[in-house]
Design a protein around this ligand. Sequence first.
Ligand SMILES: CC(C)[C@H](C(=O)O)[C@@H](O)C(=O)O
Ligand code: SF4
Length: 470
Amino acid sequence: MSKGTLFDKVWDLHTVRTLPSGQTQLFIGLHLIHEVTSPQAFAMLRERNLKVLFPERTVATVDHIVPTDNLARPYKDTLAEEMIRALENSVEENNIRFFNVGSGNQGIVHVIAPEQGMTQPGMTIACGDSHTSTHGAFGAISFGIGTSQVRDVLASQTLALAKLKVRRIEVNGTLQPGVYAKDVVLHIIRQLGVKGGVGYAYEYAGTAIEQMSMEERMTVCNMSIEGGARCGYVNPDRITYDYLQGREFAPQGEDWDKAVTWWESLRSEPDAEYDDVVVFQAEDIAPTVTWGITPGQGIGIDEAVPTPESLLESDRVLAEEAYRYMQLQPGQAIAGTPIDVCFIGSCTNGRLSDLREAAKFARGNQVAPQVKAFVVPGSEVVKQQAEAEGLDRIFTDAGFEWRNAGCSMCLAMNPDKLQGDQISASSSNRNFKGRQGSSSGRTLLMSPAMVVAAAISGRVSDVRELIASS
Ligand SMILES: CC(C)[C@H](C(=O)O)[C@@H](O)C(=O)O
Ligand code: SF4
């Protein structure tokens, strides 16, 4: 078992007791909820006549099923209206802080908590959503939970959990132009596999990670779960503190200095012991695109769809399934694959820095006529900031639609869906079969800059060519 890591320290500090099962009863500092996984949890509480124990430690928003075009109430989709009503009633009944549509602070749950300064180093954070690993970017221990665990946190502010092992993943060196945090994490998952992280927390370190902004670190931590790790984190540092300082819920005044001293003490020790260490070199990472039906089926933009012979035997069955579903041939170059839809958004890549980077490539260009392209900011704050900078105009001038905040076509629980076997270039995090709203729809995951490159040419393209020609 690891020793002296941030994970161990934060875990121990939040341990209430060891349960007879050997699991830890862990105190959860911050509980985030959204409309999809909370209604049944509240219902279970009501059945047992229980109240939310610490309502001030839960924060709610709506993201998954909100429409991104027409926000008039009642929502056109009656099920969405009903689910959102349920959450509105539950938060009111329990006195829970709620960032609803139009509040100015609504958005994807993993975008809003960091931007409000709620996500802080050394915290334990849980949410009924697998991409809760995102918040680990701040040096928090944060993970997704199921609906019955949402109930447990509402009722007791604790969870029964088995402690994870810790794998340190170092990425050293400097990322090349056109290579982003998204490519780093797609590369890691390609190498370690979608199940490689099961039972582990991933500690991301090394000079390439240390140089990343908070938003880039969030992109990396966000996809930990796609590599099987329920939790991923980065040790907090000056970049973390600079991001947090002055945000609404961050400590203020004297409390701020105390907090920084405290956060510094939580960093993994230089002589910490890990259960495993893996090292990558940033210069080896190319703009990466998935070709298959799991986030682990990724290749560099210069590569071809792998042939069965080039794969481990254990990967071949899934590869065969992927060729058929994706309508791609083994050995075919991924660059040049025609694209129908381009989606920029999600909790992986729907933040201001993502939109700025995408806008750099969209500026002065035109979306190919056969492509439908749209941009969905991760939150109302992101939307408002992007508009203040004129990014919305850059996108709409280039032929992208500009939408309201939400999860949107990341999982298509709202009206934003692929049709038939349409193929998308998407800045989101999952390319599972049917993920984007059509049972035969196909998804290629990539960075926002690469999505823009695909939108302009109508084909999977290397963003480095756009850099070279500008
Ligand atoms: C709806 C929710 C439970 C789900 C998750 O847990 O991740 C969703 O956010 C997703 O990305 O698939
Ligand atoms: S943006 Fe996508 S991955 Fe993130 S919470 Fe929403 S549906 Fe899940």
